[in-house]
Unconditional design. Sequence first.
Length: 211
Amino acid sequence: MSAGQSTKKIALKYLALGDSYTIGEAVPASDRYPMQLVHLLRSGGMMIDDPEIIATTGWTTDDLLSGIKNYPFHSPYDLVTLLIGVNNEYQGKSLTDYESGFRMLLKKGIELAGGNSSHVIVLSIPDYAYTPFAKESDTKAISFAIDNFNLVNKKIATEMLCGWLDVTMESRKVKGDGSLLASDGLHYSGKEYAIWAKNLLPLVQAALHLA
């Protein structure tokens, strides 16, 4: 480098893949967990762009696969998060179908992270059985199914050397704390997503060697 030249720091890129929990159904954009995570990282001195979010309420693994098929990605991303599966369970899709779709999505996530699996973090599926939305449903059956779906995504994340964060146990606390719920009685509030972001932070710091 010649005298007078300086290096320009490049902001990191973050891609968040998912469904209603990632897009933040019923909360402001600033309350989404990916956005709150970025705010935490910035407060720690990291230069990072706003999250690039590919997520839609109601999406299953198949829907997300279709949604990313022709998306103009700006890879490689420094961080990729994936949270998907509640609609597979809700729509009665099989664990076998979920495993197949989830595996394809995680492979794509790793590819988009430049092949660096440690920069990809999976979030477990929250348990909506504890929300007012499910009060007339068989909540024990819902929780049992969600647990089984999470065994699948954790197994695949571990096999592929990706990070994995349990938000399911945290999501069950809404039964005793309505402030963790969004106004629709099904999704989560910014307060709950702030907890997810706080719990994600050390995993991200470790993955990006910032801890």
